[in-house]
Design a protein around this ligand. Sequence first.
Ligand SMILES: [Zn+2]
Ligand SMILES: [Zn+2]
Length: 108
Amino acid sequence: MSRKLFIPILGQGDPNRPKDIHLVGRYALGIDWTDGHGSIYPFEFLRRACACGACATLDAPAATATWPSELKKLDAGLRVVWTDAHESLLPWADLRATCRCASCTGAH
Ligand SMILES: [Zn+2]
Ligand SMILES: [Zn+2]
């Protein structure tokens, strides 16, 4: 009798891992995923996706609130330090799930 074991090996085949992040134009961040998919997130969208809860309710965010002063790829996700000194950690899977490109949003 053989038992089937499922041991996930993360980090290489996981499509929710970023291969590359880069600036797109002046107001957006692009993420290339390991499966070749590409996503673009406007800075304001990233600020509103912040998990703290308060950022999502910002009515008319100040320019400093939607301008990253530092972007860092962490294992847990994308860390953004904003110009107003607020910090957001955006999990990669959440970012991938909110991709708004035509092929991710058009199907449904
Ligand atoms: Zn926040
Ligand atoms: Zn997409």
